[in-house]
Design a protein around this ligand. Structure first.
Ligand code: AMP
Length: 585
């Protein structure tokens, strides 16, 4: 079905958008002038994300403005002004330096959306250390993998999460020197500290470490198709992209109340849930509870949210509810709704227009890009189903790989190919930690190859087609099939495992596992449940398989690799494609 573009009218725009003329802004954009806009406002030497996001506001006219507002499960509100956030993050940085944690050292955080997480993020950056967030719903195995691969020196977490998910691997993590528990009053032992206690005696004064814009700031783990997750390295300079996209895409204005629903364990929750809104000195809402339709609408209403950044899975869940938000809640403050993370169905864009009174603005980016790359803008008409057009300063193209190893740009509109970006933007990842080979593979000729397939129309709008690899997107979370297969293989009954993403109308893709059993084991419902339970315990419910099917054997290439593509084609009744590499039994 062809969807009619949604024209943006004056009713959609309660304030004048920051980006008025897309073509002109792209034409005149320069990184140098963006740098000049921010650099002179810094308090510290060099360029530090925490300075741009907090300290420069804390010493200016926004000092007493609320920077972060936490809404806890019982609707208690906790506000942190820019001034208070400066002090708290100074204390955290002081704690780190007292513990001899320094520049480049990795500070991991495993926690729900509690204040300590946000304070630890900026405090680590002030200290020159690297903030590494983890999704708190992960099970022990993905957590161990990330702590180990990321050379964790410090872990900030809660007592329960530590006990349930980390304590058992502690012996295998010799570099992990300090556990800071955010919710206990007393130190447990040397190395397992009470964070509140350390914070209480730490100095509220801290001089931000001189920071080179190219210093490592953030480490985000992302899943690959082969091998374990890779740590994408981001530097302080990324803050320019956060600031710029918050201005042009999120359209932030000084009086905005912004709400990003993404968990900080994923890149959106860090770039746009922690950093970007504060770079503009706005108030950012953090909901500590999980998704609940009524709660979410009440947050929009009671917190008077003006700009809302959410995700397709959540929108689809809201669409299923028998709720008419426009008439049942006061959403009159809301002026811009955006979505990222998975394809946004055209129906969802139109649903927004009908039920919220605002169309939903899809945008595209990924862990490696560090910030939004392609977007629908507040001023521009929306083509439902399209990811939009590249943000100013970003050159995107559809390319085809040639046999000689080079790539050519596909100029004709409507032709599928690899979505590629011209390297050089400020929030581009600078490497995969300890994996130069994998990093280099992402670049071909003049282009960074994103791993997504897409098409471009005659007016320069980009349309998502699919992933080029086997990576699964479930409820907006990136899941690497290899990680799930490896966990299943640890069960004594499993001889082989192959994991795919099965399209699902609600959560995008559902993780499905195919398992061949070792001799002596028989398929049964009991064993199926046992294997699903086993995977859940290791991986966490968010990434463990929801479906599992037994097979006598799994299709493999002649070199012994499980052909997930073929498992998926057979599951979905699609053409099986090229089978020349299939190993015949
Ligand atoms: P992550 O690195 O976890 O943020 O996941 C990035 C991947 O999510 C992209 O490479 C896409 O495959 C997918 N993705 C993100 N945003 C969109 C979007 N607007 N439409 C379609 N897919 C998206």
């Amino acid at each position: 079905m062809d969807w009619k573009p949604i024209a943006k009218t004056k009713e959609h725009q309660l304030v004048e958008p920051n980006l008025l003329d897309y073509e002109e802004t792209c034409r005149t954009f320069s990184w140098a002038s963006l740098e000049a806009e921010l650099r002179g406002t810094c308090q510290s030497q060099g360029l530090n994300i925490a300075d741009i996001a907090i300290d420069r506001h804390a010493t200016g006219s926004r000092a007493n403005k609320t920077a972060l507002r936490f809404v806890d499960r019982d609707w208690n509100i906790k506000n942190f002004t820019y001034r208070a956030l400066k002090e708290q993050t100074n204390r955290f940085a002081s704690v780190l330096s007292t513990l001899d944690v320094g520049k480049g050292d990795r500070v991991f955080v495993l926690a729900g959306r509690i204040p300590s997480l946000y304070i630890a993020a900026f405090g680590s950056l002030k200290n020159g250390s690297v903030f590494c967030p983890m999704f708190s719903a992960f099970g022990p195995e993905p957590i161990f993998q990330r702590l180990d691969r990321g050379d964790a020196k410090v872990l900030v977490t809660t007592e329960l999460l530590y006990r349930q998910k980390v304590a058992q691997s502690r012996d295998r993590l010799p570099n992990l020197q300090h556990i800071l528990l955010a919710d206990v009053d007393d130190h447990a032992s040397e190395g397992i500290w009470s964070l509140p206690r350390l914070m209480a005696t730490a100095s509220p004064e801290f001089a931000i470490a001189p920071t080179d814009p190219e210093d490592m700031a953030l480490l985000h783990f992302t899943s690959g198709t082969t091998g374990m997750p890779k740590g994408a390295i981001h530097v302080h300079k990324a803050v320019y992209q956060h600031y710029m996209t918050a201005k042009y895409v999120l359209d932030l204005h000084p009086d905005d109340i912004f709400w990003c629903t993404a968990d900080p364990g994923w890149v959106t929750g860090t770039s746009y849930g922690i950093i970007a809104p504060l770079t503009h000195g706005v108030t950012s809402i953090v909901d500590e509870a999980e998704f609940d339709a009524d709660r979410w609408y009440r947050i929009l209403e009671t917190q008077k949210v003006t700009v809302w950044y959410t995700a397709p899975t959540a929108i689809r869940r809201l669409m299923r509810m028998n709720i008419n938000p426009k008439s049942e809640y006061d959403l009159s403050h809301l002026r811009l709704v955006l979505s990222v993370g998975e394809p946004l169905n055209p129906e969802a864009v139109v649903w927004g227009e009908e039920k919220l009174g605002l169309p939903i603005h899809d945008n595209w980016w990924q862990t490696e890009t560090g910030g939004i790359m392609i977007a629908n803008y507040a001023t521009m008409d929306i083509r439902p189903g399209s990811m939009g057009r590249p943000v100013p300063g970003i050159e995107a193209a559809i390319v085809r790989r040639k046999e000689d190893g080079s790539v050519e740009v596909i100029d004709q509109p409507g032709v599928d190919g690899d979505l590629a970006l011209k390297p050089g933007w400020h929030s581009m990842f600078r490497g995969y930690l300890h994996d130069e080979v994998r990093y280099k593979k992402c670049f071909v000729g003049d282009w960074y190859i994103t791993g997504d397939l897409a098409t471009r129309d005659a007016d320069g709008y980009f349309w998502f087609v699919g992933r080029e690899d086997d990576i699964i997107k479930t409820s907006g979370h990136m899941v690497g099939p290899f990680e799930v297969e490896s966990a299943l293989m640890e069960h004594p009954a499993v001889a082989e495992a192959g994991v795919i993403g099965k399209p699902n109308p609600m959560i995008g893709e559902l993780v499905k596992a195919f398992v061949a059993l070792k001799p002596g084991y028989q398929p049964s419902d009991v064993l199926k449940l046992e294997l699903i339970g086993f995977a859940r315990q290791k991986l966490g419910a968010a990434i463990a398989p929801k479906e599992l099917e037994f097979k006598d054997s799994l299709p493999k290439t002649r070199s012994g690799k499980i052909m997930r593509r073929l498992l998926k084609a057979r599951e979905l009744g699609l053409p099986e494609g090229d089978l020349s590499t299939l190993e015949q039994d």
